[in-house]
Design a protein around this ligand. Structure first.
Ligand SMILES: [Zn+2]
Length: 114
């Protein structure tokens, strides 16, 4: 059972309508997880990848893709897992080097140029 990242209560499977404002598109019945306590909505990895595939079909591109991810930790550093489809879109594979930098409140990850 997935826990709500905001309040820690259990999240339930649900379906949401997802508005993509810049595209003026609404995707209906997107599988997601909803917190029964605070109403926070997120997606599991499989749900996010499934949704990404829908978006990719709509856009034909991954440029404006954003996914909600939960950070994990190995005790020292925070670990951000990069979904398979994003890795594929950027042609990233294991042991590839990436540049990470901070722009205001954003963290930008870019494949390092060889
Ligand atoms: Zn919650």
């Amino acid at each position: 059972m997935t826990k709500c990242p905001k309040c820690g209560k259990n999240m339930k499977k649900t379906k949401i309508d997802y508005n993509i404002d810049e595209e003026k598109i609404t995707v209906h019945d997107v599988p997601a997880l909803k917190c029964s306590n605070c109403g926070h909505i997120t997606m599991s990895t499989e749900q996010a990848e499934h949704f990404y595939n829908i978006l990719e079909r709509l856009h034909g591109s991954s440029k404006s893709l954003s996914l909600h991810r939960t950070l994990s930790s190995d005790g020292k550093s925070l670990i951000l897992r990069i979904p398979k489809d994003i890795a594929n879109a950027l042609n990233l594979s294991n042991k590839d080097e990436v540049e990470i930098w901070v722009d205001g409140q954003r963290v930008i990850v870019e494949k390092a140029s060889a």
